[in-house]
Design a protein around this ligand. Structure first.
Ligand SMILES: *[C@@H]1O[C@H](CO)[C@@H](O)[C@H](O)[C@H]1NC(C)=O
Ligand SMILES: *[C@@H]1O[C@H](CO)[C@@H](O)[C@H](O)[C@H]1NC(C)=O
Ligand SMILES: *[C@@H]1O[C@H](CO)[C@@H](O)[C@H](O)[C@H]1NC(C)=O
Ligand SMILES: *[C@@H]1O[C@H](CO)[C@@H](O)[C@H](O)[C@H]1NC(C)=O
Ligand SMILES: *[C@@H]1O[C@H](CO)[C@@H](O)[C@H](O)[C@H]1NC(C)=O
Ligand SMILES: *[C@@H]1O[C@H](CO)[C@@H](O)[C@H](O)[C@H]1NC(C)=O
Length: 735
């Protein structure tokens, strides 16, 4: 059960109003909405998600459509409610000079919308959230207040609430099971079935959904508001689950809560996230604006992830799509599918929020090994070939528009192995390594072995591929693909040996052989890595590709890599996605190149919409997806792994934290991160330009290896580390 944690250190809840006192860094306020309402906040809780004022609610794992037409199944957003003030002459949403303000509270995880009517001297506040603890539910709340003691003659007599759910769903057939009266727990109940299966036999039957409403919304609600009454409060709850009993229990419990408890049980869950799991605090002249972007980024990413403590057990989690759980029926929203974005862009940030999230994301891959085997076999290969796009069944669901991408972007499978390696290198969870990472890594290695072709000279190739640079299709030996494939093969061998998979010696040998023989092109004369065979100097590339050989792959960090950076910086498309610039920033930070700061800024400034700090896939002026979590993942990596210099490797068979000299973004003096987990150690970490500091606590028998330059140390128990720029050794004390 959820424990209400009342840590009122810096974040206070005032007892009178039960409202959060929210620091400015967590508050996004505006008086005017974004011109494109796709850039309204996305509110999710890992089970349900919606975009504020949008017409859709989506549910984890619920897709409709066959193969490449599979997309998140839209549930009309019945909780998109319009409030109007009514008197005996009629109703109106607003008057001529009403003032409006909108607020996204990141600390408490809710959106609120205030209308002040100066002529009537009253205020309407509407709130909306996807409940973080009672996570089957989305909530709408209204709070109307008369400010004057004596009601005006023109004061409204009731408030009308009407549901604006948008068009009927084309993905789900709904039937009315019970009309409901709401009074005695007799709820309006809709049962829905998705229309088209994704792929048989992997999906045997349609998804069934049960929607229970705290009150019928077919007709607008008329809430009487006698003119002598100062305040009016009302809430509407919609509870949705695959099981009717779960949805019903959720709604019944919620209706027993006082209005203040309803909100506080939600905000407490978010407070717990920020205080106990993960937060980043910035100091410096530029801290406020950058903090808001950082906090919004963390919020939008984390809200798509499952609650770690919920009223009823969560269902299995179906992954983190590039635009999150709140979006996914449009082509612009990647249909809610999973891509390499999860493992390469989001996971390194998500892992810091809590290992459990990272494990659940990789559990999604583990549970879909069967689909990946099927996909390998269907395309003529062995092992497990993860589809480029994956939804409910784990078979290929790439949009029929673009079969080439599914055929050629094979790097997604070794990307997953790379992510397994990184998570192990930080979590130090040996049983997870053998039970989860090994089965995936082994079958990915089998796939790579069957996909590669070797020539008489003894070198091996991955032919007819597409790398991250999707502007070049059907190329041979894409540098990124081959480098990440080598890492995946080596990791499979290593994991197999660690997990004593002794019967697999021949398999290991063939993987090892292939890893050694797989060619990563190198131009001796120019000392750089051509992106693929036949790459012509000057050809424009879509996004970060070969430069990823430095960070994150750590495959090559030599002078060759520096030449790659300088060269590819000149030929990368202006309209490329945000993560590209974040990767240039991280890689330039590694060599203390002042260009890093420019790339860091470029990686967010023109991608983040000002009002609610919602990310766009493309810079201003180009059309692209909204709530682009992938870009946020790259940005948070730039902060933690770039400026913070943090990375995780397996060194000498041991999970190891790699620390480089730290740096700070422009106009920032200090960054404090709470908490970074190293195995079972829990650490707070702060860094400046000149130094960084770690305070870690752990059960006595726990240890973790730290490495800086040539120095490494095994830290155990609780300890304090100070690192000074350019100085060795580390200053380490037990605490
Ligand atoms: C607009 O506000 C003023 C007070 O600021 C009020 O006197 C006036 O009645 C309002 N107009 C309307 C149309 O309500
Ligand atoms: C709703 O349906 C109408 C009629 O089919 C269509 O014109 C309109 O574009 C739809 N609206 C949305 C938001 O899909
Ligand atoms: C695909 O599976 C079928 C049936 O198990 C098998 O006969 C065939 O050899 C497999 N193809 C490959 C390329 O492994
Ligand atoms: C690996 O390479 C060695 C040396 O070329 C060769 O002798 C051996 O047969 C290869 N093993 C496998 C399993 O391919
Ligand atoms: C990149 O472009 C700049 C400006 O055009 C040029 O001066 C520089 O030499 C180029 N660098 C590389 C590595 O091509
Ligand atoms: C580490 O602990 C020391 C001593 O309590 C404290 O002064 C410092 O602020 C802490 N640093 C971090 C990053 O938690």
């Amino acid at each position: 059960m959820f424990k209400f944690i009342l840590l009122l250190i810096t974040l206070l809840i005032s007892s009178s109003s039960c409202e959060l006192v929210t620091p400015a860094e967590y508050l996004l306020k505006t008086n005017s909405l974004p011109a494109d309402l796709n850039f309204m906040p996305s509110l999710s809780n890992g089970h349900l998600g919606y975009t504020v004022f949008g017409d859709a609610i989506f549910m984890n794992g619920v897709y409709n459509g066959a193969a490449g037409n599979s997309q998140r199944a839209r549930i009309p957003n019945w909780l998109n409610i319009k409030a109007e003030l009514c008197d005996r002459f009629g109703c109106a949403e607003s008057e001529a000079n009403v003032s409006r303000s909108y607020e996204m509270n990141l600390l408490g995880g809710y959106f609120s919308y205030k209308q002040h009517y100066p002529g009537l001297d009253l205020t309407l506040e509407q709130r909306s959230y996807a409940h973080r603890f009672y996570n089957r539910a989305v909530i709408y709340e209204l709070l109307a207040k008369r400010h004057a003691t004596a009601a005006r003659t023109n004061s409204p007599q009731f408030i009308k609430l009407s549901s604006q759910p948008g068009n009927a769903s084309s993905a789900i057939d709904f039937e009315l099971i019970n009309k409901g009266s709401s009074a005695a727990g007799d709820f309006r109940h809709l049962r829905g079935h998705t229309k088209v299966l994704e792929q048989q036999p992997f999906q045997a039957s349609a998804h069934e959904l049960h929607l229970l409403f705290s009150e019928p919304l077919e007709q607008p609600l008329q809430l009487p508001w006698p003119t002598w009454q100062a305040e009016l409060q009302h809430r509407i709850i919609l509870s949705i689950d695959k099981q009717e009993s779960v949805a019903r229990k959720e709604l019944q419990q919620l209706l027993q809560l006082e209005p203040a408890q309803l909100l506080s049980s939600h905000t407490q869950a978010w407070l717990q996230f920020w205080q106990q799991q993960f937060s980043i605090e910035l100091l410096g002249d530029g801290a406020l604006e950058l903090s808001r972007i950082v906090n919004a980024g963390i919020f939008y990413l984390a809200s798509s992830l499952p609650s770690l403590s919920s009223h009823q057990p969560n269902e299995f989690y179906y992954g983190l799509s590039p635009t999150g759980l709140a979006r996914g029926n449009l082509e612009a929203d990647y249909q809610g599918h999973n891509f390499w974005d999860t493992e390469i862009w989001m996971l390194p940030a998500v892992t810091q929020f809590d290992f459990e999230y990272a494990k659940q994301l990789l559990e999604y891959r583990f549970r879909h090994l069967e689909g990946a085997r099927y996909n390998a076999n269907l395309t003529g290969y062995k092992g497990a070939r993860f589809p480029w796009e994956s939804a409910y069944t784990g078979t290929e669901v790439t949009n029929p528009c673009c079969p080439v991408i599914a055929q050629q972007e094979i790097h997604v499978s070794p990307d997953i192995s790379f992510a397994l390696k990184k998570l192990f290198a930080q979590s130090k969870d040996w049983s997870w390594l053998c039970e989860r990472a090994w089965p995936i890594a082994a079958e990915v290695a089998d796939f790579l072995a069957s996909r590669a072709s070797c020539d008489e000279s003894g070198s091996c190739h991955l032919l007819h591929v597409m790398g991250p640079d999707e502007d070049h299709e059907n190329v041979d030996d894409n540098a990124y693909t081959n480098a990440v494939a080598k890492i995946a093969l080596d990791f499979a061998v290593w994991t197999g040996e660690q997990c004593a998979q002794l019967g697999n010696r021949r398999r290991f040998e063939s993987w090892r052989n292939l890893s050694q023989a797989l060619l990563v092109l190198h131009d001796q004369q120019l000392n750089y890595h051509p992106q693929h065979l036949g790459y012509r100097r000057g050809d424009i590339v879509k996004q970060a590709d070969t430069i990823l050989l430095g960070y994150p792959l750590l495959y090559d960090t030599s002078a060759t890599h520096r030449n790659d950076l300088d060269y590819y910086a000149n030929v990368t498309r202006e309209s490329g996605p945000a993560m590209t610039w974040s990767m240039f920033a991280i890689n330039y930070l590694d060599t203390f190149d002042p260009r890093a700061d420019d790339y860091f800024k470029r990686g967010y400034e023109s991608y983040v919409r000002p009002e609610f700090k919602v990310w766009s896939e493309t810079p201003r002026g180009y059309a692209g997806s909204a709530n682009f979590l992938t870009g946020i993942g790259g940005f948070l990596q730039a902060l933690l792994n770039g400026y913070g210099g943090l990375d995780f490797i397996i060194d000498d068979n041991q999970p190891t934290m790699l620390l480089r000299n730290t740096n700070v973004p422009p106009l920032i003096d200090q960054v404090t991160v709470k908490y970074i987990n190293l195995g079972k150690l829990k650490c707070s970490w702060s860094f400046k330009y000149t130094s960084s500091e770690w305070n870690c606590t752990a059960p006595a028998d726990q240890s973790f290896k730290l490495k800086q330059g040539k120095l490494h140390k095994l830290m155990s128990g609780s300890f304090h580390v100070t690192l000074k720029r350019g100085e060795e050794p580390m200053y380490i004390n037990a605490i």
